[in-house]
Write a protein of this length. Structure first.
Length: 265
């Protein structure tokens, strides 16, 4: 069996735990690409910085108006409550909004970065595949692949609003335990969505688009989560996601090759 290729027989399929570890290893190899192909991955920093500045500005605006938003929501349904009750509810609402906005910005950051930097990330992914071989995909200029890749990222953003932000907001409203459970839930769901988005370019290159991509990843759920959860966790570190995304694009390309039985060494 070629190194890095997944087993083809269900009887010999590795455990979920080992596949989760493989996801971590693939992300680690993505970071290792900074050492192997520094010029290539450094290209990915340009759109990452642009997207970071845009979302940071939006998050700062939210924080500036957060108190007014919390008071407005509380005044809508708790106008006759005591001051202590109103303050407690407002705190929970504002905490839930911040947690939800944080997770939305983490996953939206990836989608926005991929849209802005599609030519850069197409090049990174393509060069990695060429160097690992074999490479027999059709030659398409970036402006031909951009519409499909951008549309997939926009669809992922829409999914995030439904399956990430809303559940995290609701869980965050649970007193005491909500502030612990919401980040954990955000890591799991956010990690899955990030893997879906970060593998878009190499999957699309194979003519496998979002709906089918999700099916393939569901069949390799532990691998996808092992890759995506640490990406989500690292993206919570200020400024870290600027260097995380190019490495994650490289790792997502390796993950795509692994699930398709192609060599990754």
């Amino acid at each position: 069996m070629t190194a890095g290729m997944p087993p083809s027989s269900p009887a010999t399929r590795p455990s979920a735990g080992s596949e989760f570890v493989w996801g971590l290893r693939l992300l680690g190899r993505g970071f290792g690409m900074y050492g192997k192909y520094p010029g290539l991955l450094l290209l990915g920093l340009i759109p990452a910085v642009i997207a970071f500045v845009v979302l940071l500005a939006a998050f700062v605006v939210l924080l500036v108006f957060l108190d007014d938003i919390g008071k407005g929501i509380v005044g809508w349904f708790a106008d006759g409550w005591s001051n202590d009750a109103r303050s407690a509810v407002r705190f929970l609402i504002e905490a839930a909004i911040v947690i939800g906005a944080l997770w939305l910005s983490v996953v939206t950051y990836t989608a926005l970065t991929l849209i802005i930097g599609d030519p850069f990330y197409e090049k990174i992914s393509e060069e990695i595949e060429r160097r690992l071989g074999p490479y027999d995909f059709p030659e398409l200029p970036w402006y031909r692949t951009l519409p499909r890749n951008a549309m997939d990222s926009i669809r992922v953003i829409g999914t995030q609003l439904v399956v990430l932000v809303i559940p995290v907001l609701l869980v965050g409203l649970i007193p005491f335990v909500g502030q612990v459970l919401a980040p954990i839930l955000g890591l799991i769901i956010g990690g899955w969505l990030l893997t879906t988005d970060l593998t878009g370019i190499p999957f699309n290159r194979r003519g496998i688009f979002l709906t089918e991509r999700r099916r393939v990843l569901r069949r390799n759920r532990a691998l996808a989560l092992g890759f995506g959860i640490p990406v989500a966790a690292l993206s919570l570190i200020p400024f870290a996601n600027i260097v995380v995304i190019p490495a994650a694009i490289a790792g997502g390309t390796l993950l795509t090759r692994r699930v398709h039985g192609q060599p990754i060494d």
